[in-house]
Design a protein around this ligand. Sequence first.
Ligand code: TYD
Length: 223
Amino acid sequence: MTPGLFITFEGIDGAGKSSHIEALAAALRGAGRSVTVTREPGGTPLAEKLRALLLGEPMDALTEALLVFAARRDHLRQVIEPALARGDVVLCDRYTDATFAYQGGGRGFDWDLLSILERMAQTGLALQPDLMREPDLTLWFDLPPAMAAQRLATARAPDRFESQDEAFFTRVAQAYARRAQAAPQRFARLDAAQPREAVWAELRQVLAQRGWLPAAVAQGGGA
Ligand code: TYD
């Protein structure tokens, strides 16, 4: 059986990642793969309820971190692990790097404590009991916070995170860079300041280089 593949999409709000997820899902399906598209926080009925609380209700940084990991645990158990066990490609809009970026960088929550919560939430779910579930690839849509702020200014009504100031997003962006530095093989940085078509071409190249998208598909268009 084809082994499962876990790919996450990350970046500050306004970086444009969401528009590429469906396009990649279609390309992978075209190449014969079974694909599960999901998101965090969310992806299960319980986790979607937690998402609404996280994005809507005021709370302190520890409460925020605990809720994010509670949602993640449910999502892993109900959706991500079963899909990987079936051999699916799982495309997930945000995962634990977002917690280090937003709760760690943005809110200033203790990085080591987040690492402990990460181990608690992500270990013991897979077949090997000591395996902590991490993505096989993280597509990091890197965009200067000032450009993201410009894009968000014209978007729909902002949620609790989108309404933060530029200094918050600068800290979030720095935390993403720190995570990328710590796991250079897992992270692929995409220059999200480019036009959408150029970002999409870069993304397809990353997948093709790893042998996860046929070269013919990677060279074609279709974002
Ligand atoms: P996002 O993917 O931006 O959703 P949408 O664009 O559809 O609104 O995610 C929602 C927000 O949740 C985003 O601002 C980042 C935040 N978030 C955290 O603070 N911590 C986390 O661990 C995750 C997964 C997301």
